[in-house]
Design a binder for this molecule. Structure first.
Ligand code: UGA
Length: 430
């Protein structure tokens, strides 16, 4: 099958590579010449394990073609996926300008064969209907189209396996032929098929991300109780999760969730709810607790250390990515800088992105974790990269000015750390 993917961010590029890898011819449309050239040369631009190899393999096989031309690709394609960004506006609603602009360009370049146009970008309920209206307004008479919603559930850091081995494939459309084509495209992937209408498919995506964010904020809320009562959040949530109806996965307390999805999607669902006159206080609390988690973490640091110098391990919003969008680390770094701190920080992948965002001379980025400890009054761990999990306690203690450890992801055993001579602060652990 020949398909077009408009956009080459995480969702676009990963989907394009995976569809090409399963034998389809995939055009990818972008508009920045420099980025397109890098992609054509096999450089995926974004950091994602396994992506460079898959990109190179499918470029070589001639199944992956990058272009800035709608004319070159759209008319040849049976399915067009729109995967451009939907950033949050100031009021929390999703900015759909790029999606609608792409829909217009797609419409103007449709050929005379049946084409399915589907948003893979996360878009609020009703967006695909709007896309349909735009397509009908700008397409030629001979072009026949159907709109579909085909949300993506990939996580950064494991994007390829999430796409190749999905838990479920959600396909929303009122058009039987559209569903048939989409089922055919996804035939090689395992996982349950959920075939539904457009609004259900659109809502499934927001409901999934908001449920996951709710689990995290619930874990953080319980950690606030633990901090004040002597309870241990890991113990509490382990036992809570033993109830099969609840489960333990994705319910870890820490400095809170970040990234380009949960913060934006919880806000967008809140905004949609407000427009529909629905009480959105649950979603508002999820967001509030998330901010509180990172705030309390910094409060704790300020309360317990004497000097004004810290080491930070981990800046990415989660491990295995270089992404720092809405990362808790950005709040922590900026607040500590404001308080007059000097910071030495290390991250396995995200440092060049941090460098672009924060240019304060009091933030020094170092090439390996132990160099960050030099002259620091405490070590703060903000991302649970694997390389931090087996820390060399005697080396850390030797380099730090005082052996204080703030574990923002609960990756260390408090008892062991204390036995090793650290003053240890976890999240919701005493
Ligand atoms: C999330 C969803 O997990 C994907 O299913 C979805 O497709 C994607 O958003 C999207 O909408 O595109 P992602 O943001 O890449 O994926 O990363 P997650 O692994 O979900 O982590 C999000 C944040 O939650 C991270 O900051 C992580 O540290 C935090 N988190 C996660 C916790 O604080 N506690 C947990 O128990 C789990």
């Amino acid at each position: 099958m020949t398909i077009t993917v408009v956009g080459h961010g995480y969702v676009g590029l990963v989907s394009a590579c995976v569809f090409a890898d399963s034998g389809n011819k995939v055009w990818v449309i972008g508009h920045t010449p420099e980025k397109l050239q890098r992609l054509k040369n096999g450089d995926p631009i974004i950091y994602e394990p396994g992506l460079a190899e898959m990109l190179k393999k499918n470029l070589k096989a001639g199944r992956l073609l990058f272009t800035d031309s709608y004319e070159e690709s759209i008319a040849k394609s049976s399915i067009v996926f729109i995967t451009v960004g939907t950033p949050p506006k100031k009021d929390g609603s999703a900015d759909l300008t790029a999606v609608y602009k792409v829909a217009e360009s797609v419409a103007k370049n449709l050929g005379d064969k049946f084409t399915v146009v589907s948003c893979k970008s996360t878009v609020p309920v009703g967006t695909n209907l709007e896309v349909g209206k735009i397509l009908h307004k700008y397409k030629s008479k001979k072009a026949t189209i159907a709109v579909a919603s085909c949300p993506e559930f990939l996580r950064e850091g494991s994007a390829i396996s999430d796409t190749v081995v999905p838990d479920r494939v959600v396909l929303g459309s009122n058009d039987k032929n559209a569903i048939k084509l989409l089922l055919e495209l996804h035939a090689t992937f395992p996982g349950k098929r959920v075939v539904t209408n457009l609004p259900s498919a659109e809502l499934i995506k927001y409901a999934s991300n908001s449920m996951l964010a709710t689990k995290i904020s619930f874990a953080n809320l319980i950690s606030f109780y633990c901090e004040q009562t002597g309870a241990d959040v890991e113990m509490v949530l382990d036992a809570v999760g033993m109830d099969k109806r609840i489960g333990r996965t994705f319910m870890y307390a820490g400095v809170g969730y970040g990234g380009s999805c949960f913060p934006k999607d919880v806000q967008a669902l809140t905004d949609t709810g407000k427009n529909l006159n629905i009480d959105v206080s649950l979603l508002e609390s999820v967001e509030k607790i998330n901010h509180r988690a990172r705030k309390l973490f910094v409060d704790k640091v300020l309360k317990h250390i004497k000097g004004k110098s810290v080491a930070i391990w981990g800046l990415a919003f989660k491990p295995d990515t270089d992404d720092i969008r809405f990362a808790p680390s950005i709040y922590v770094v900026q607040r500590l800088l404001k308080e007059g701190f000097s910071i030495k920080a290390y991250d396995a992948a995200a440092m060049s992105n941090v460098r672009k965002l924060i240019s304060d001379p009091k933030l020094i980025l170092v090439d390996e974790p132990y160099s960050a400890l030099d002259g620091a009054d405490a070590l703060l761990v903000l991302t649970e990269w694997n390389e931090f999990k087996t820390l060399d306690a005697s080396k850390v203690k030797k380099i730090l000015k005082s052996p204080i450890l703030f574990d923002g992801r609960n990756i260390y055993d408090p008892q062991k750390m204390r036995a090793d001579g650290f003053t240890y602060f976890g999240i919701g652990r005493n």
